[in-house]
Design a protein around this ligand. Structure first.
Ligand code: 5AD
Ligand code: SF4
Length: 452
């Protein structure tokens, strides 16, 4: 079986990898490390000892990019200390900004999300006078044959990318431009990766895609053997009842009854759906090109809850999109109440150059209004999360232990099937164990429990 752990052999040249952005980027860094280890590199966690420094970057909002520019400026120090250290910017920002990154004279290498196989050759070709760039996007690359080298510390839960790219052109979003068209990965390679993880002691896999509901593997011989997302979920769930399956992200326009019923059929498919709504206003949803309405979204929520009353539901929300009125904002707040989300990621709209929104709609909600609306959304979600957690007090959950609590070394933490984080006394249990707990109290972010 292939090595899935970082090599730390002192005699090898060393690579240091920093990751920004989404879970997909975390998994991409693991793919990058796998490719580099196969070419003789070892991982270092000490930047000052690195021969190659890579930042795997995110472009989703302007503040993500600004943060990375600040970091590139700090890499200058490493270069001053050691002239031959190679600085590489990879991922979404590499794809979006291309040669603008080389103009900084700090960066030696720019590689987009589909060009990681060429990294060893690019690194070998870098000289002070010849920086290297590969930002070609692919219609086929899924890195299906590459076994990611796991950089997580717990050895319990791992990401598996099941597809790459995105074909939805939400008007605010940069992702289709940085990650290219959607392509699904061969399900046999996905199942094999999950089986290998399970035999290496992992207890949970998280299937990742920009829109998992549009996963479709087309069989070359017969359409009867095509595999959709519900079928893939079932294939992974059948590996072992002891291996939990999570997935993200679902798209409200595409999540099917078949997926919901498949979840309900298998205890080891976790009862959690991340279903980004973005806005509760039909006018905004239309302008965002989300291709569903508020009513459609709420119907999907009702369907999920009727089939799985215990299902956790989380979302993403954007405050202050182009032309958003006070009434549009109120619609978002009322939708949040109706859907009663357990948790949410909440953002101010950030215009991304080249997107449909940047080309067609002025970014006209004043910054102070965006901030005020976002704060109102955050405050409401705080209340909803607390209410949702209070309903769980007295209930019992099966929790997968992920590690020792940061606040108290006598306590462990892990998540219940519904994705809520539980903290409880360790009672001799260890990371990777399943334990039964009863919730005794809560905060808006955590369930506090006892062992039963
Ligand atoms: N501005 C603010 N938030 C954005 N997101 C995507 N693009 C933007 C943008 N331009 C948010 C969406 C998405 C999440 C990953 O990031 O809510 O679901
Ligand atoms: Fe992930 Fe999107 Fe950021 Fe790219 S731009 S790293 S796809 S969140």
């Amino acid at each position: 079986m292939k090595n899935i752990r970082p090599i730390t052999d002192e005699s090898r040249p060393k690579v240091y990898i920093e990751t920004y952005g989404c879970q997909m980027n975390v998994n991409d860094s693991e793919v990058i490390l796998s490719i580099l280890q196969d070419h003789g590199y070892a991982l270092t966690e000490d930047i000052s000892r690195a021969d190659v420094i890579l930042a795997n970057t995110c472009s989703i909002r302007d503040n993500a990019e600004q943060r990375i520019w600040g970091r590139i400026d700090q890499f200058r120090l490493q270069k001053e200390r050691r002239k031959d250290v190679i600085i590489g910017i990879v991922g979404c920002m590499a794809e979006r900004l291309k040669d603008k990154l080389l103009d900084s004279h700090i960066v030696d290498l720019v590689a987009g999300p589909d060009s990681y196989r060429s990294l060893p050759d690019m690194i070998a070709a870098v000289t002070p006078d010849s920086p290297q760039m590969n930002v070609l996007l692919s219609r086929e690359e899924t890195y299906a044959d590459i076994t990611p080298v796991r950089m997580d510390r717990n050895g319990v839960s791992a990401y598996i990318s099941i597809m790459r790219g995105c074909n939805n052109v939400c008007s605010y979003c940069i992702v289709p431009y940085t990650r290219g068209v959607e392509r699904s990965r061969d399900p046999r390679t996905i199942v094999k990766e999950a089986v290998d993880l399970y035999s290496n002691g992992y207890k949970e896999v998280n299937l990742l895609g920009q829109n998992v509901d549009s996963y479709l593997w087309k069989d070359s011989e017969s359409a009867d053997r095509d595999v959709n997302f519900a079928q893939l979920l079932e294939m992974v769930a059948k590996i072992s009842p002891d291996l939990r399956v999570r997935f993200s992200t679902s798209h409200p326009k595409d999540i099917s009854d078949e997926v919901i019923y498949t979840m309900a059929m298998y205890d080891n498919i976790c009862r959690h759906i991340h279903l980004p709504v973005q806005s509760g206003s039909n006018a905004m949803l239309e302008k965002m090109r989300r291709k569903y309405t508020r009513e459609w979204y709420l119907e999907r929520v009702r369907k999920i809850r009727s089939v799985m009353p215990d299902c956790g539901l989380t979302t993403d929300i954007i405050a202050g999109f182009c032309g958003e009125t006070e009434q549009d904002h109120r619609d978002t707040l009322s939708l949040m109440e109706e859907a009663a989300f357990d948790a949410a990621f909440m953002f101010q709209y950030s215009e991304r150059p080249g997107t449909l929104a940047a080309r067609n709609y002025p970014d006209d909600v004043p910054p102070e209004v965006k901030t005020a609306r976002l704060n109102e959304i955050i405050a409401l979600q705080g209340r909803l999360s607390r209410q949702s957690n209070e309903k769980d007090v007295g209930k019992r959950f099966k929790v997968l232990v992920e590690g020792v609590s940061k606040k108290n070394s006598g306590e462990l933490f892990g998540r219940a099937s519904n994705n809520k984080v539980c903290v409880f006394p360790s009672g001799g249990h260890e990371t990777g164990d399943y334990v039964e707990v009863e919730v005794v109290s809560c905060t808006s972010a955590t369930l506090i429990a006892r062992l039963v």
